[in-house]
Design a binder for this molecule. Structure first.
Ligand SMILES: NC(=O)c1ccc[n+]([C@@H]2O[C@H](COP(=O)([O-])OP(=O)(O)OC[C@H]3O[C@@H](n4cnc5c(N)ncnc54)[C@H](OP(=O)(O)O)[C@@H]3O)[C@@H](O)[C@H]2O)c1
Length: 242
């Protein structure tokens, strides 16, 4: 059995990734700040699933999370980590409070660095191959009015992906980013009807993305078939950035 850690698995894309990986027979640990009914349901269904309350962005809590998750997973060795937990906050930078920038970068970027570090320490101690997948966004490469800090956090994640890929390739550890376009999740629920229609109009596939458009690529990047793919940011956006 292979153990995969997914952050932010209580809703949206993270929850879909957790369900997908459980259906593919991975042992899966996840975390979020709050436990909800989706987590309760999975805990009652799968003995191969565990949830931890963790504040991603806090280095000590992240180290403790990985330690506890790997102890729980027991014989299922750590194979992959998916940095999915993230937040988005909108506002033009001139009036965007610095404290909001700090918390966004702390969760979206520092949080991913802390988890990657813990995972790499385990891969090294196991002398094993492994996979790191960072959930980025097309906003990281394209930018978007009102999302400067979010855009910076995702561009930072893509840089992290490229650097870690170079640093760890020799150990058969791959590191990749997935950059979704606009997904129909709670995060995008604040989009006005006008913005939503504009995005759909500009998307060649003529719809918003669904979480299930993303999960198969996560599965593939964790598979043996993807062992020579590293340092990449792979876009899944229905063609909007063409
Ligand atoms: N939705 C989109 O259009 C879109 C597009 C491109 C990329 N993405 C990226 O995809 C990822 C998932 O987005 P989503 O739309 O699924 O978001 P979502 O529906 O808001 O879910 C976010 C998940 O992360 C958890 N989380 C947030 N902050 C956390 C923290 N500090 N510590 C622990 N857990 C935390 C949340 O649980 P709690 O709140 O209980 O902690 C929740 O489980 C994000 O990285 C996002 O940037 C989303």
């Amino acid at each position: 059995m292979k153990h995969v850690i997914v952050t932010g698995g209580s809703k949206g894309l993270g929850l879909a990734i957790v369900k997908y990986l459980l259906s593919e027979n991975y042992t899966v640990s996840t975390c979020s700040r709050e436990r909800n009914s989706a987590i309760d349901e999975l805990l009652s269904q799968y003995s191969t699933f565990q949830w931890f309350q963790v504040e991603i962005g806090n280095a000590e809590q992240t180290a403790e999370f990985v330690r506890k998750a790997c102890t729980w997973a027991n014989e299922a060795k750590l194979w992959g980590v998916i940095n999915n937990a993230g937040i988005a906050k909108e506002g033009i930078l001139a009036t965007f409070p610095n404290i909001e920038t700090d918390s966004l970068l702390q969760i979206n970027l520092h949080g991913a660095i802390y988890l990657a570090r813990e995972a790499l320490r385990i891969f090294l101690s196991q002398n094993s191959a492994g996979r790191i997948i960072n959930i980025s966004s097309i906003i990281g490469s394209r930018g978007y009015t009102g999302l400067a800090a979010y855009s910076a956090s995702k561009a930072g994640l893509d840089g992290l992906t490229r650097a870690l890929a170079r640093e760890n390739g020799r150990r058969n550890i791959t590191v990749n980013s997935i950059a979704p376009g606009y997904l129909d999740t709670e995060m995008s629920s604040t989009l006005s009807d006008k913005k939503r229609e504009q995005i759909i109009r500009r998307t060649p596939m003529h719809r918003l993305g669904h979480v299930d458009d993303i999960t198969p690529l996560v599965g593939f990047l964790l598979s043996d078939g993807a062992s020579f793919i590293t340092g990449q940011t792979i876009t899944i956006d229905g063609g909007i950035t063409n």
